[in-house]
Design a binder for this molecule. Structure first.
Ligand SMILES: C[S@@+](CC[C@H](N)C(=O)[O-])C[C@H]1O[C@@H](n2cnc3c(N)ncnc32)[C@H](O)[C@@H]1O
Length: 304
């Protein structure tokens, strides 16, 4: 980009940047250009088109140019802007947190489908004497817990992550979306911070599930920038999910639900782990938008 070719307008810059990203193999070139330019100018993407002939100041141009360079090197747009939309909510993200994915919205939908009515409606006027309790294990930026806390106002939440840096981000996201007071945040390893008491109405988790062999095949944009500890799930990807499957029933009330996001090809194994516990009377999967079984749901039985 020539800075002597001033003035660059919003539209001419969008066109130039899209072409530059295309030539350099940047994924989603037009969307990347729009989001980064809108971020630089403090505008919405729609505003870019409403103000297409607005010239940029040299200072705006310099800031945008710095972002273009980082994007060309592969840095995800969400880390460059510090924001990602999930469930139509704006989430802060940092390199300490996984960037929320649309697949995880399938888990939100699936949970709302099975327990929205019972957990979502206040049982009686006034503060509940015995609050309904839910847990998100591996909370990350908080996409899951914040979206569900907003949708299910009757639930109190526990949110666990092994990463202290991720917990700082989720705390802020929960505060910004007005649900911080209903969530207790804990740093810890899976379910180990808690005694195995059957008190949970709902347990959700989107834990790392990438198998070791698939790591090298991940796009560089993911491998080089997103936290390894949020992605890698051991040899077959199931190390952490398997542990939660082995223990979750000790924490769920009779009739309580477990909802897990899983990787492509993993749903069968995960259903098997849960079936082995003999603790669930409903086990089902929900497909994502590509037809891949992405969510496993299990309802704690009233027996054992
Ligand atoms: C795939 S990310 C999911 C983040 C968020 N729930 C979402 O859906 O966008 C997995 C998260 O699990 C956390 N994690 C990894 N190992 C863990 C463990 N042993 N105990 C608790 N959290 C863990 C990671 O730090 C990361 O934030």
């Amino acid at each position: 980009m020539s800075t002597t070719q001033l003035p660059w307008t919003i539209l001419s810059l969008l066109q130039w940047t899209t072409g530059y990203f295309e030539e350099n193999g940047v994924s989603e070139p037009r969307a990347s250009a729009e989001i980064l330019l809108a971020h630089t100018l403090g505008l919405s993407r729609l505003d870019l088109y409403l103000r297409h002939d607005q010239p940029l100041t040299p200072e705006e141009l310099a800031r945008f140019k710095a972002l273009i360079v980082r994007r060309r090197l592969g840095e995800p747009v969400a880390y460059l802007t510090g924001h990602k939309e999930f469930w139509s909510l704006d989430f802060l993200v940092t390199p300490a947190t996984l960037i929320p994915r649309p697949e995880t919205e399938v888990l939100v939908e699936a949970v709302l489908e099975v327990c929205g009515g019972e957990a979502g409606e206040p049982r009686s006027p006034g503060p509940p004497l015995n609050p309904l309790l839910a847990l998100d294990v591996g909370v990350g930026s908080g996409a899951l817990v914040v979206a569900l806390a907003k949708e299910l106002p009757d639930l109190q939440w526990l949110a666990v992550d092994i990463s202290a840096a991720a917990l700082q981000v989720v705390r802020e996201n929960a505060r910004r979306h007005g649900v911080g007071e209903r969530i207790a945040f804990l740093q810890g390893d899976l379910l180990t911070p808690f005694k195995p008491v059957p008190c949970l109405r709902l347990l959700v988790a989107n834990l790392p599930y990438v198998p070791r062999v698939e790591w090298e095949q991940l796009p560089r944009e993911i491998r080089d920038y997103e936290p390894r500890g949020a992605l890698l799930g051991g040899e077959d990807g199931l190390d952490l999910i398997k542990q939660v499957c082995a223990q979750a029933h000790h924490y769920l009330q009779a009739g309580g639900w477990l909802g897990l996001e899983v990787g492509a090809g993993q749903a069968g194994s995960v259903m098997g782990f849960l079936d082995n516990t003999k603790a669930y009377d409903t086990l089902k999967t929900v497909d994502d938008y590509q037809g891949i079984p992405r969510v496993v749901l299990a309802k704690r039985s009233k027996r054992n």
